[in-house]
Design a protein around this ligand. Structure first.
Ligand code: AMP
Length: 149
């Protein structure tokens, strides 16, 4: 197996997220690699302005959603011993942002679940599929069965 040094866990906070995270953590430990985590907020009001993309904090629901995501990211990262400087909460299209972050941080392996919060009907979920097609590094899809969800 390739000797990975910088692994990125894509966390969608779905029910089987802990299983995917535990597999990424185990691999990172085995390779003595650094573990990073990213969550992409994709359903929040974000108008584009002259100053760039901003989160609309005027709406309580957006602010609360963002705070909830932050604390979930902290919870998972603490549980799996991910360094504070290696935690990423970004907004946008998940597949795109994950691939971009991987390039920016010189990631050599992205770990995703084969499926996320959406259907198990397809062989591979749409985010996982997009990452697999566009990432320049290796991608590991942790197979999730109905029983894992
Ligand atoms: P999907 O393709 O949506 O079924 O999700 C497959 C996998 O992609 C999930 O198990 C996660 O590892 C990752 N993923 C999906 N959505 C996100 C997100 N918003 N942020 C980070 N990772 C995600």
């Amino acid at each position: 197996m390739a000797d990975y040094q910088n692994i990125l866990l894509a966390a969608d906070f779905s029910v089987h997220g802990n299983y995917v995270a535990s597999r990424a953590k185990r691999l990172a430990d085995l390779c003595n690699a650094r573990l990073n985590i990213i969550h992409v907020v994709d359903n929040i009001s974000m108008p584009d302005t002259a100053y760039g993309t901003v989160i609309s904090l005027g709406e309580d629901s957006s602010y609360e959603l963002l705070e909830a995501k932050k604390s979930r990211l902290t919870e998972i990262s603490d549980q799996f011993g991910i360094d504070v400087s290696r935690r990423w909460l970004v907004w946008g299209v998940p597949g795109h942002e994950i691939v971009q972050m991987a390039e920016q941080e010189h990631i050599d392996l992205i770990v995703v679940g084969s499926h996320g919060r959406h259907s198990l009907a397809l062989l591979l979920g749409s985010t996982a599929n997009s990452i697999l097609h566009h990432a320049k590094c290796d991608v590991m899809a942790i197979r999730l069965q109905e029983s894992d969800v």
